[in-house]
Design a binder for this molecule. Sequence first.
Ligand code: BG6
Length: 482
Amino acid sequence: SKNQPALLIIFGGTGDLAKKKLSAALYNIFKGEKTSENFAILSIGRKEISKDDYKNMIKEGIENSLNSNIKSKDWESFEEKIFYYSLEFNKGEDYKSLEKYISELEGKFDTKGNRLYYFAVSPEYFSVIANNLKQENMINQETGWKRVIIEKPFGKDLKTAQELNKELSEIFKEENTFRIDHYLGKEMIQNMMVIRFANAIFEPLWSAEHIDNVQLIVSEEEGVGSRGEYYDSSGAIRDMVQNHLLQLLALVTMEKPYDTNPESIRKEKVKVIKSISVLDKEDLKKHIVLGQYRGYKNEDKVNEDSNTETFVALKIFLKHEKWRGVPFYLMTGKRLKEKFAGIIIEFKANKDKESNLLYPEVTPNILFIKIQPEEGISLTLNAKKPATEEEITSVSMDFCQSCMLGYNSPQAYEKLLLDAIKGDHTRFTRWDEVEYAWKFIDELISCCTRDKNIIEEYEQGSNGPEGAKKLLERDNRRWWKE
Ligand code: BG6
């Protein structure tokens, strides 16, 4: 079924995100005929460029991210939907003419007054724009809904996040606010609940009694690219752990929600985030590994003696009876050997190990949820090696989703944009999730980041600093993805 009429208004239309991810997502949605006939896109940026130049930029962005050329027929019908408007975000007086322009588009496309504002700008503009929209009465209008998608980073620590939330919540109601975490739109992450709760074989084993440890890994090949300025003041913990990795953790460990309503799900997720236990500083130092790739300091707009971490590995626990003593190892970094994201559940080795009964030396069962680039699930089991009498070998049952669907699997932003147009909050973060995540991250950061004695340098294209390996070796464990 077709979606609701809407005008998507992107602030930050010439930025990295719009070019690299949003435009390709929008193009796919449009091509897949998932938008209403009454749909258009208005991009707003500070740059004074012509509509045609803007369109060319977007076309190039789409072709780069999809890695193929767009057929001119497809492009022609899509480009009719794209508009560009240049604006200084902080010039309140200019919003009057913006409103006029928007109304014209609304008339032309008959979008019924439904507006999805997308703040894809640097965070200092979030409240500036929201306030100006309010000033010009662009939010509480009689017809249509007015929603807002807020890109990351939602604050840079607990205090700034709270301030930002306070300001925004005075302007947009929670029901109209969509805090985006694009990992929640990824196929296999959407799949987590089904894997856990629609199968009888996992949930009974899903606790400290049977799980030895959980590994959450997001490694990237890319460096900081053109985002040096933002990244250098952020670092891997704020950029990746505060949001994406803690969201993964929540989905892996939350209790079964009462139903699939967004509120039921988010209620369970927030409990997990709240229960991440904060260790004292000395313990924390032992549980955190920070790294910086060689050459990072020479990246564009990065401080030449920067102590920002581009890699982090962490060991954390949950204050929850069910997860008592189970370590969660989180790892993420830039300029690593390969692009990869996945969740690894290592089950406790077969009980015979302790009592040395039948098969003492077997590999533990591993459930591996592959998020990207490959999407799929694998489960490793022990089996008798054929033609031997008692040799045991590790075998794997594989479900490769992306092998079946090829590259047709929709991108995260496609899903999330459509969700916001539908008004579905399930895959967006509620304020308290963000708040508790920051509480934990603040503790982590105050412990020891930006300390040059702790940050280990690592080679580009490597597995990251040695410390990450040692973190697990000390516990007699290993990363299952190297
Ligand atoms: C973003 C981070 O949220 O996620 C980037 O700011 C990171 O630094 C990106 O590169 C990773 O997303 P994906 O979808 O490419 O894994």
